[in-house]
Write a protein that binds this ligand. Structure first.
Ligand code: HEM
Length: 269
């Protein structure tokens, strides 16, 4: 393998970039979770929030964020794997008795938990963004009429997705694995960035566990509340009406004069 003498290739700089990209992803995960928790409010809240995300900057903001996230994700994973590879190369024979100091299961299995989170994100994008893993995305239909073309029924999509106990359980397990990754990563990123001396040491040691618990509790509360029927799908009645309408040969009314107009929209499959 070729060695790189450029200062940017030094392991300290690469570790710093891993820490920085990790911090940016934590900001995304916390922001995404806060938005998702709007599901506990009436459906209009999360639907309008998703509409705002899709419309901001004439649709440019969401594509810029997607591109940014993808780059951050790729750099974080690529550099972590390269650092791990170099560590292994530097010590090809393992310690006879390996008893790491100040380590725990989470810190020793960062690569494994990181890979599980990566696979989860791939599934998650296929589930809610591409809508190809089950029928929940069929519920993500336009409900705003011509005046609000980007107002989609995200609330019904998420509720229908998590009404499936296997999908709900899978998400819960993945959030716990994400929590393990954040438990260690959320603190060690400060060390990678050189912010863990004196007064900061105690604060940064708590940062990872706090972020992990907040993310696991916040994200798991959604599938749990849906499985417990605490959050229900508001669109059942509308769907039934649409089904009856289409059986009677009428165009389904996915939005009504009461919510702003009288046009019909296409029916979910
Ligand atoms: C229970 C937890 C979660 C729920 C309910 C949830 C919900 C959603 C929904 C509904 C969307 C589609 C939004 C839309 O297209 O309007 C979405 C997209 C996305 N989620 Fe999550 N999410 C959860 C956890 C996570 C986690 C833990 C991550 C990352 C580690 C994540 C990363 C993403 C990404 C990258 C997108 C794509 C955004 C886009 O470009 O459209 N989500 N999520």
């Amino acid at each position: 393998m070729m060695t790189c003498a450029h200062p940017l290739c030094s392991s300290i700089v690469r570790k710093g970039i891993v820490g920085l990209t990790g911090a940016l992803m934590i900001v995304f995960v916390l922001g995404h979770m806060t938005g998702n928790l709007l599901i506990f409010l009436p459906p209009e809240a999360i639907n309008s929030y998703a509409e705002f995300l899709h419309e901001a900057g004439h649709g440019a903001l969401i594509w810029l964020s997607r591109l940014g996230l993808l780059t951050i994700f790729a750099v974080h994973i690529g550099l972590t794997i390269s650092l791990k590879y170099e560590n292994k190369k530097a010590r090809p024979i393992a310690y006879a008795t390996h008893q790491p100091l100040a380590s725990n299961w989470a810190s020793r299995h960062m690569l494994l938990t990181g890979l599980v989170v990566m696979l989860f994100v791939v599934y998650h994008l296929l589930h809610f963004t591409a809508g190809v893993t089950d029928h929940s995305a069929d519920w993500r239909r336009p409900i705003g009429g011509p005046g609000r073309p980007h107002l989609l029924d995200v609330h019904s999509m998420v509720v229908n997705g998590f009404q499936n106990p296997y999908i709900a359980s899978f998400y819960i397990v993945c959030q716990i694995v994400l929590g393990m990754h954040l438990w260690h990563g959320g603190s060690s990123l400060f060390q990678s960035l050189g912010i863990n001396r004196g007064f900061w040491k105690r604060i940064t040691a708590w940062a990872g566990p706090v972020v992990a618990v907040v993310v696991v509790v916040g994200n798991c509360s959604i599938p749990i509340a849906i499985q417990a029927r605490f959050i229900q799908c508001h669109a059942d009645i509308e769907m039934k009406k649409a089904e009856i309408d289409s059986k009677n040969g009428k165009l389904p009314r996915l939005w009504s004069p009461a919510n702003g107009g009288s046009a019909s929209a296409s029916q979910p499959h």
